[in-house]
Design a protein around this ligand. Structure first.
Ligand code: CP
Length: 292
């Protein structure tokens, strides 16, 4: 695996290898890379979890993390993504982790570069490292994917997490349902009311309402979204005993989920963040190992 760009490029075997390596790292295994690789994290969109989690993962597998401040880079003077990454490669960077607002920005980086590219989110496209950490969280919980019912709820059309997870979960044998307002279906066949989804789901995966990506104002208030599509206290009570709640975060409390449920017993929201470090260690180790 030279790059990690989209879940659509990964085979189920590659996914399982990364999940197994994440588990090994969580169990205490250390990196077997032959040298200290130089990596840079290029975040052209805001991030708390993904950027810090990649930095921690890179540190834990012994990488040199070369600081890159997107807001003070020459991209602000009009330098292209290709020229930016080529420049970093010439300086000695082995791998770049990139988040950018343009869908499939990475297509400009596929030729002429030797540096590895890890997609940390492209516009409303894909978020493969989030998907892999979500899969790791589900596998730790249930031990398998085949036959699990996963309901993905919310802003499907703008969500790179929904797209990445839908592909991966379906390929791994899970039954995936989507629930969202009609105008947010994004081409997916979706439910527009909860119906019996609460009772049948093993995983309720909530998505952030991405106010910053909505060109028009929403046709409903935060309160009405919460009542119609949110995970309310009443709905949580109807979940299966074994079912879990997930959310990639950041969370809009009392919009996608009642604030009291964010850290309830069946919530894995902060556990996902913890799992992200092991998963990103596995991603970076796999990609850098491929260069040895
Ligand atoms: N889940 C996620 O991508 O969070 P950040 O935007 O904080 O990185």
């Amino acid at each position: 695996m030279k790059n990690l760009l989209s879940m659509e490029h990964l085979t189920t075997e590659e996914i399982n290898q990364i999940l197994d390596l994440a588990q090994a790292f969580e169990n205490g295994e250390t990196s077997s890379l032959s040298r200290r690789y130089n990596v840079a994290n290029l975040f052209f969109e805001p991030s708390t979890r993904t950027k810090t989690s990649f930095e921690m993962a890179e540190y834990k597998i012994g990488c040199n993390i070369i600081p890159f401040d997107a807001g003070f880079s020459s991209v602000t003077k009009g330098e292209t993504m290709y020229d930016t990454v080529k420049t970093l490669e010439m300086i000695g960077i082995d791998a770049v982790v990139i988040r950018a607002s343009e869908d499939e920005y990475y297509n400009d980086l596929l030729e002429g570069l030797h540096v590895a590219v890890i997609n940390a989110g492209d516009g409303a496209g894909q978020h493969p490292s989030q998907s892999l950490l979500d899969l790791y969280t589900i596998k730790k919980e249930f031990g398998y994917f085949e036959g699990l019912t996963v309901t993905i709820v919310g802003d499907i059309s703008h969500s790179r997490v929904a797209k990445s997870n839908a592909t991966a979960l379906q390929n791994l044998g899970a039954n995936v349902h989507f629930l969202c307002p009609e105008e947010w279906s994004g081409g997916f066949e979706a439910h527009h009311s909860w119906d019996n989804l609460i009772e049948i789901s093993d995983v309720i995966m909530l998505l952030r309402v991405q106010h910053e990506r909505h060109k028009e104002n929403c046709s409903f208030s935060k309160e009405s979204y919460h009542q119609k599509f949110g995970l309310t206290i009443e709905r949580e009570r109807q979940m299966k005993d074994s079912a879990i709640i997930m959310h990639p975060a950041p969370v809009n409390r009392d919009v996608e989920i009642a604030s009291e449920l964010v850290e309830c017993e069946r919530s894995r929201i902060f556990e996902q963040v913890r799992n992200g470090v092991y998963t990103r260690m596995a991603i970076m180790e796999t990609i850098l190992k491929g260069r040895e």
